[in-house]
Design a protein around this ligand. Structure first.
Ligand code: LLP
Length: 420
């Protein structure tokens, strides 16, 4: 459920008409609903109520906006970060250092040190090489790094190949059949407090079965590690729960996920950790755009909007579907191609899409754009970076200024030796 609804024929974000935001901030602009974020955060937490004291770390990569993070920090969420930049954002937003988990296959020496110095709660290490490097830094600083070892369970998440992370050929985690040996070896390191196993098999999962299979393998590994005398007090089950991108689409509800987790992990005797991203933020945001013009096509019209693949990359990158709706639907429907202004065919949001009929100047939204939306924006075609707005009841605020093409140009330099 979200708070983007038609009222008297116009689309609102909570109590704010989207047209008012377009007037105020211009388009394209991402609009987030605080009430929706809060609702999703609570639904996910409630779904885990059967578990003893689960740790929930929002996957910052899905929406790193400081205000979004602040909303979630206020809900008691920690953060799952994958770079020094995300770490600093999470701290700046008020997330507690001990509630931060540092994931990622390529943490640099500097980032490992930064995480240690910040006093973060856990490193999810992805290789023995990273483990030894972290151990050396921690020893030098006179610290002990709390760690989970991320395993690659070789499970097909049955999602888009580019967001699948748990197959043996993927770069993530250590192979399951070497995990016990690596965990045991790293447990001997002075600088490390090996305390758990982490797993994350992919994103936008439409099916709980691959997750259950992966978790089953983690459970067996925990038992094996304990039998070998290792300490295991934590298990991080990652994120990945999918969200509906099409009206009426059915996906497993957080409650079903929570029930599955409770069943599979009931004998583990660990503190469970979670890293949800999309399920919290996805349906809490829309990308608001204005139709530049409607161009006659051979078979169908092209609706050319002022948002483009640089603002919302998912359709171009993954062939992703985002529902597209008029802000003031007239009731007339049509079939059209929805495209942005960028000079490549990949800048297509939808082909042959049945949608509201629109004319130049009309406003429309791409839905379910709150996760992996603004954060994946680029400035391609010198279009600048899209703005972001947060709505709360009847008020709204710009929570990320638009960064114009000229500001980006200002950061560039032409060396003297090119003169002349
Ligand atoms: N934990 C780890 C270690 C991850 O790599 C990810 C996402 C998450 C948690 C959060 O997963 P979620 O709950 O959001 O599914 N840009 C792509 C999605 C990439 C996901 C990367 N990792 C997209 O737009 O679909």
């Amino acid at each position: 459920m979200d708070h983007f609804e038609l009222r008297d024929g116009a689309l609102y974000a909570e109590d704010v008409p989207l047209s008012a935001i377009a007037d105020d901030v211009g388009t394209p602009v991402y609009v987030y609903s605080r009430a929706t974020l809060v609702r999703h955060a609570r639904v996910f937490r409630d779904a885990l109520a059967e578990l003893k004291d689960p740790h929930i770390a929002f996957a910052v990569k899905s929406n790193p906006n400081l205000s979004v993070l602040r909303v979630l920090a206020n809900e008691g969420y920690g953060a799952d970060v994958v770079s020094g930049g995300e770490l600093r954002r999470a701290l700046a937003a008020g997330m507690k250092a001990e509630d931060i988990v540092f994931s990622g296959v390529g943490k640099t020496h500097g980032e490992l040190q930064e995480g240690l110095e910040a006093g973060i709660g856990q490193f999810n290490i992805e290789s023995e090489e990273e483990g030894y490097e972290l151990a050396a830094i921690a020893r030098r600083l006179g610290m002990k790094a709390a760690c989970a070892l991320r395993v690659n369970p070789d499970v097909d998440a049955r999602t888009h190949e580019k967001i699948s992370t748990g197959k043996r050929e993927n770069k993530f985690g250590v192979p399951l059949d070497r995990a016990a040996e690596i965990y045991t070896a790293l447990s001997q390191e002075d600088g490390l407090d090996m305390r758990g196993i982490a797993v994350h098999i992919g994103s936008q999962l439409a099916d709980l079965e691959p997750l259950e299979t992966a978790f089953g393998k983690v459970g067996a590994l925990i038992a094996e590690l304990r039998a070998a005398g290792c300490k295991v007090t934590h298990a991080d089950l990652g994120g990945g729960l999918g969200v509906p991108y099409k009206a009426g689409e059915e996906l497993p509800a957080p409650a079903e996920y929570g029930a599955m987790v409770a069943r599979v992990t009931k004998d583990w005797d660990v503190r469970l950790m979670f890293e949800p991203g999309r399920v919290i933020a996805g349906n809490a945001g829309v990308l608001l755009t204005r139709v530049i013009r409607v161009k006659r096509g051979i078979e169908r019209p092209f609706v050319v909007v002022d948002a483009a693949m640089n603002d919302l990359a998912r359709p171009a990158m993954y062939g992703a579907w985002h529902d597209f709706e008029a802000v003031k639907p007239s009731g007339a429907r049509t079939v059209a191609h929805i495209v942005g202004p960028i000079c490549e065919t990949g800048d297509t949001f939808a082909m042959d899409r049945e949608c509201d009929e629109l004319v130049a100047g009309d406003l429309a939204v791409f839905r379910t754009a709150g996760a992996y939306g603004a954060t994946m924006a680029s400035s391609y075609n010198s279009r600048g970076f899209v703005a972001e707005v947060l709505v709360d009841g009847d008020r709204h605020a710009v929570v990320a200024e638009r960064i114009g093409a000229d500001s980006i140009m200002d950061a560039e330099r032409v060396p003297d030796w090119l003169e002349g």
